[in-house]
Design a protein around this ligand. Structure first.
Ligand SMILES: Cc1ncc(COP(=O)(O)O)c(C=O)c1O
Length: 488
């Protein structure tokens, strides 16, 4: 849109419609556009961009497909299930189908190793975790007030919690020096800073397992977090939508377990869940708010009218998640497949010297490309990111879009593609990195030669001609390589 029509829109539309709170103009979404404009296809577009910026879990669709084929009654659009069409298609109240709430509560327990109980009457549904976050923001915080959020964090939080609510997100700065741990010191410092800025902090939002880190919060950290929110008398929202993606030790510990261990006011604790990642159904838009606070449950339920899960989906999910054998097998198989994919992907990266943060969950790895930056700045990070998109043709997401406070980190998703596409992606990474390394070596050799020439020049001016030879740079000058620059 040009400037003039933008100005016109600002005059006739609301502030929400014309502000950029949606965050669509960030690098995170730009990468998606690059993929949309030139999507990879093994046969039809083998040089296209591979989508590694989308946290989707596509590794178990064969299991789901088998279940669907074996359970035709679960769908109201099959001869076996059509009998129930009328009962499902008519208006339902916003509590959700009882069998759906019960099945989701049991699934949430299973995913947490049956260490906790969830009450189906506290299950409030929403349009994905996206809707759940916004509803909680509306319920807990007034415009201008803030949630603290440890960095780096999922870019969608800016849209989900802030855009339409007017709520602010205030960063809790976590650092690579301790693997981005959420420490009490970091929490206190963010809280103090918000107070100095005259911002009222109403809550802390954590994401466990973390997107983009793929790590889980340990028990001591969770205890500290609960004590912190208790001391400050603020809310704690725990986004646990990657709970079942954890594929190795340390185990995932839900906040639901922690509140049984630490003395706290459960009225302040709220869990966000969804079936988008653990089951791999982001298209179904099944989001869950689980609050221990009766007033929040009641208000969230009323607000959920704006983003209910369709009864057709509830009906199918209720049947699927009530199948205990299927659920148990799915959870085990899904995490095993994620483990294997994570292992082969990180091994491939390590072979070309790319480090990743040690992780054991999520659908992505947090890749450290600091050494490839020209300089330790976010401008250099974006420059490298553009090279990755334009040269490697991989859409990965730069750390700055996750509010990471240190330049050089990138999130790369590994579960939204088949093995062959993953192989192509790794091959592209290997080729580019080796090429860059070759350029770096050539640059080092050339620099050495130049130094030698200069030394010789001092000895004898008759070496002038040789020096000139040395100074002629190749048309493929390696000096633009980020690897070369990083050695400065
Ligand atoms: C941490 C986190 N929360 C929420 C969401 C949104 O999930 P949903 O698709 O269920 O709305 C995502 C999606 O990537 C996410 O990573």
């Amino acid at each position: 849109m040009d400037l003039k029509s933008m100005r016109q829109q600002t005059q006739i539309l609301s502030k929400i419609a014309t502000n950029d709170g949606h965050g669509e103009n960030s690098a995170y979404f730009d990468g998606w556009k690059a993929y949309d404009n030139n999507p990879f296809h093994p046969k039809h577009n083998p040089q296209g961009v591979i989508q590694m910026g989308l946290a989707e879990n596509q590794l178990c669709f064969d299991l789901i497909k088998n279940w669907v084929l074996n359970n035709p009654k679960a769908s109201i659009c099959t001869p076996q299930g059509a009998e129930e069409f009328k009962d499902i298609a008519i208006y339902q109240d916003y509590h959700g189908l009882p069998e759906f709430r019960t099945a989701v509560a049991r699934f949430m327990e299973k995913v947490r190793g049956d260490t906790v109980k969830f009450d189906p009457d506290r299950i409030v549904m929403s349009g994905g975790a996206t809707g759940a976050h916004e509803i909680l923001a509306f319920c807990l915080v007034d415009p201008g007030e803030a949630f603290l959020v440890p960095t780096p964090y999922y870019p969608g939080f800016d849209r989900d919690l802030r855009w339409r609510t007017g709520v602010q997100l205030y960063p809790v700065v976590c650092e690579s020096s301790n693997d981005f741990k959420v420490t009490r010191t970091a929490l206190e410092s963010a809280y103090k800073k918000a107070q100095e800025d005259n911002i009222r902090v109403k809550g802390l939002l954590i994401n466990n397992p973390s997107n983009p880190l793929g790590t889980v919060l340990d028990r001591d950290t969770l205890h500290d977090i609960v004590r912190f929110v208790n001391d400050k008398n603020i809310h704690l929202v725990c986004d646990e939508i990657y709970a079942a993606t954890v594929f190795s030790q340390p185990e995932f510990i839900s906040i639901a377990q922690i509140i049984q261990e630490v003395q706290c006011n459960p009225d302040r604790i709220h869990i966000v869940y969804s079936l988008s990642k653990d089951l791999g159904f982001p298209g179904f838009r099944v989001g869950i708010i689980y609050s221990y606070n009766d007033a929040v449950v009641s208000c969230a339920r009323k607000m959920s009218s704006f983003g209910l899960v369709s009864t057709q989906t509830q009906h199918l999910i209720a049947a699927m998640l009530s199948d205990k054998e299927f659920v148990e097998n799915f959870i085990l198989e899904s995490s095993e497949r994620l483990r294997k994919r994570h292992e082969s992907f990180t091994r491939g990266l390590a072979q070309v010297g790319i480090e990743t943060l040690k992780s054991n969950g999520g659908l992505f790895v947090w890749m450290n490309l600091r050494n490839l930056l020209k300089e330790p700045t976010f401008a250099a990070e974006l420059e490298l990111w553009k090279m990755i998109i334009n040269e490697m043709k991989l859409n990965v997401s730069p750390g700055c879009s996750f509010h990471c406070q240190e330049a050089g980190w990138f999130r790369v998703c590994f579960a939204n593609m088949d093995d062959e596409t993953m192989r192509v992606a790794l091959m592209r990474i290997r080729t580019s990195v080796l090429q860059w390394k070759g350029m770096e070596a050539a640059a080092a050799a050339s620099a050495k030669k130049q130094k030698q020439c200069r030394r010789n020049l001092k000895v004898s001016l008759s070496f002038r001609r040789g020096l000139e030879d040395c100074m002629i740079s190749s048309p493929h000058s390696p000096m633009n390589s980020p690897l070369v620059q990083a050695t400065n």
